[in-house]
Design a protein around this ligand. Structure first.
Ligand code: NOJ
Length: 547
């Protein structure tokens, strides 16, 4: 029996290293995280996505792994991990973990062995060339920080392929032994209690760069199906949430007929949402959503406002990218990275305006898919642009106004990354405890909004459609599932309005507000004109609300 629990999930992504330090050494750890599980469950989250927590030299925030079967000793032990999954499950929280198998760290023993001995079985775990390929300067993912995709290794006497940084050597997935290793890794963590994986860099995982001429190279999409089969055999309700930022004519392949990846991040949705918010017009978002293929029955889009990387705008034109920077009042020099994105969290893009922040998260929670929150978004954390690259947005969680924001009792110069210290995002003002005490805080809003989202399963499960309006600033949509219908309206502009909606008669007959930015007069029967404050939003249930 297939279990589509992820259609009703609210996912929370966190990095153990910066979440909560349980032993006072300045680095977050599993003991600290276990202590915060009640907080996460209390927020209404029902699935945690853990960013990489494996042994690593940490040159790409843990996406450079040296051992797939262990926990980074700075973060704890396998015992702590199992205690964590058990405690999470007691609170009804599922756990998914990052599966980073496009590449290993060049410090991984497999790569080391491959370099040392041409005849080692590990040689063929990676992708090699005797001569530097002509296209070595093309397709770099981190321009400005990565020069090439092929780097010479003295000891190996050959060039190895790396789609990402030069310390992340790509695995050769055409090699059946490598595939076996990947299944073993998946099986290991499934056995320890996880409900699936966020799979890193999927299009690169299956690319045949450097290996297309080998006898074993076969239809790369078949591998996705094999991954899915393996997962289902081992654990029927386990999922893959895939990182796939591909053009729309290729993306449906990643869902297949529902036999490949179940969840795909909606990068297009994210970018068109950002453009819509910047422009204060619904059209880009409407077009973005319509351009995406409809997922198969078991498939689902995952929506986010910000993730742990740069806010990539690669699907937009240069003019649109510049428009976003300009409308959000950003200094390109400081914030633009990899020729495609913004290394900032969301609140600093909108001047920390609580109305615009809530508007964005209200959209995320109602878009037809599964919402994914990045830790700290629930309290509106900011960023620190003095920290290099994407780490600007990966500062420690701000729990309280205590030293180091309550993240750690270590001396502040021992912290894995410094805590934000300056107004208005500094931990002295912006922290969990302060927001708990304030009924009007973002944290309390988020908790309410998540609760309502869960009470409106139609947003995650339903068939959806755009509702036509007479106001280009208003995004209006309707989701229907089983016998329920919900409607959400979002006014992207600062101007209040009365929007006229092309509602079906049966919908207009009874709209009951379930979440809104401020108290409104109820909507009268048969009425198609609805009031919205500037940056206002209203979620309605069609028919009465029964509890
Ligand atoms: C995608 C991850 O989200 C990013 O943080 C990482 O740098 C690359 N993959 C390489 O693993």
């Amino acid at each position: 029996m297939i279990d589509l629990w992820y259609k009703g999930a609210v996912i929370y992504c966190l990095d153990v290293e910066v979440y909560m330090d349980g032993n006072g050494d300045g680095v977050g750890d599993f003991v600290g995280l276990i202590d915060r599980l009640d907080y996460i469950a209390g927020l209404g989250i029902n699935c945690i996505w853990l960013m990489p927590f494996y042994p690593t030299p940490n040159r790409d925030n843990g996406y450079d792994i040296t051992d797939y079967y262990n926990v980074d000793p700075r973060l704890g032990t396998l015992g702590d991990f199992v205690e964590f999954t058990r405690q999470a499950s007691h609170r009804g929280l599922r756990v998914i973990v990052d599966l980073v198998v496009n590449h290993t760290s060049t410090d991984h023993p497999w790569f080391q062995a491959a370099c040392k001995d041409k005849n080692s079985k590990y040689r063929d775990y990676y992708v090699w060339a005797e001569e530097k390929p002509e296209n070595a300067e093309e397709g770099v993912i981190f321009p400005g920080y990565q020069e090439s995709t092929w780097t010479y290794n003295e000891e190996a006497g050959a060039y190895y392929f790396h789609r990402f940084y030069d310390h992340q050597a790509d695995l050769n997935v055409a090699n059946p032994e490598v595939r076996e290793e990947i299944y073993k890794v998946m099986g290991f963590w499934l056995q320890l209690g996880v409900s699936g994986f966020r799979v890193d860099a999927v299009p690169f995982l299956i690319e045949l760069e450097g290996i297309k001429d080998t006898a074993e190279a076969k239809d790369p999409l078949l591998f996705l199906k094999e991954i899915r089969n393996f997962l289902s055999w081992r654990r029927g309700d386990a999922i893959v949430l895939a990182e796939v930022n591909e053009p729309m004519d290729k993306i449906a392949d990643y869902f297949g007929d529902g036999d490949r990846m179940q969840l795909l991040f909606s990068f297009l949705g994210n970018q068109t949402l950002t453009l819509a918010l910047a422009r204060e017009e619904a059209t880009p978002l409407i077009e973005g959503l319509k351009a995406q293929p409809v997922p198969p029955d078991v498939g689902q889009w995952a929506y986010f406002v910000r993730n742990h990387d740069e806010l990539t705008l690669d699907k937009l034109s240069d003019a649109e990218q510049n428009e976003i920077l300009q409308r959000f009042g950003q200094d390109k020099e400081q914030v633009w990275i990899y020729d495609r994105g913004i290394r900032r969290r969301f609140p600093p893009l909108v001047d920390n305006d609580p109305r615009r922040i809530r508007l964005a998260y209200s959209l995320m929670l109602t878009l037809p898919g599964t919402p994914v929150l990045f830790y700290g978004e629930e309290i509106g954390m900011g960023d620190d642009l003095s920290i290099e690259e994407r780490n600007a947005i990966r500062t420690p969680m701000q729990w309280s106004d205590q030293p180091n924001g309550g993240f750690s009792t270590a001396d502040s110069d021992k912290l894995v990354r410094s805590v934000i210290n300056e107004e208005p995002y500094g931990y002295q003002q912006l922290n969990v405890i302060a927001q708990r005490r304030d009924p009007g805080s973002l944290l309390n809003w988020m908790e309410r909004a998540i609760r309502m989202r869960k009470e409106c399963p139609e947003f995650g499960w339903g068939q959806w459609e755009i509702i036509e309006t007479d106001n280009p600033a208003v995004f209006a949509h309707r989701c229907e599932w089983r016998k329920g219908t919900v409607i959400a309206l979002h006014n992207l502009s600062s101007q209040s309005c009365v929007v006229s909606l092309q509602l079906k008669d049966e919908d207009a007959n009874c709209l009951t507000d379930v979440l809104e930015d401020q108290p409104y007069e109820g909507v009268e029967q048969g009425c198609h004109d609805i009031e919205l404050e500037g940056y206002g939003y209203r979620w309605f249930r069609v028919g009465g609300v029964h509890l």
